[in-house]
Design a binder for this molecule. Structure first.
Ligand code: ZN
Length: 148
């Protein structure tokens, strides 16, 4: 169990140190800004959609390690997915982190490493911020969202 925890930590630290898909998409189809005042995380998510598929997805922001690594892993997980698949993954990830019921973690793939934050309820909002922001961008709710 300790080894697993160490692996989780390594993955999170690695994504925090070198976030994937970090930056801005200049001709993005949609964009949303999210903030988590509880921790001070802020994030911008940019989306490019073509024929219902997430062609490109990038993020920028100032966040803690959990927030940044969750955003980084999210971009990797969602790129190339259809809007429907992305929506389903958002729903699954969110319910795994916020509901007590046991869920099948297999379909989360690498994202499963983030479920460790369940032990630290304050951190759950850090882990879900990027996803809420992505979801807002997907729904074309151009504008501000907040976890509060
Ligand atoms: Zn945070």
């Amino acid at each position: 169990m300790n080894n697993l925890r160490e692996l989780y930590q390594q993955v999170i630290l690695d994504h925090n140190k070198s976030p994937r898909n970090y930056g801005k998409i200049n001709n993005a189809d949609s964009f949303a800004h999210g903030s988590n005042p509880l921790c001070g995380d802020t994030i911008d998510v940019y989306l490019k959609i073509k024929n219902g598929i997430i062609e490109d997805l990038m993020f920028e922001g100032e966040g803690c390690a959990i927030c940044t690594s969750s955003a980084s892993m999210m971009t990797e997980a969602l790129k190339g997915k259809t809007e429907k698949e992305a929506e389903d993954l958002f729903t699954l990830f969110h319910s795994v982190l916020t509901e007590d019921e046991e869920k099948d973690l297999k379909s989360l793939g690498k994202l499963a490493v983030l479920t460790g934050v369940k032990d630290y309820p304050v951190r759950v909002k850090c882990a879900t911020l990027a996803w809420h922001t992505f979801h807002a961008a997907l729904k074309r709710l151009d504008g501000q969202i907040s976890t509060e």
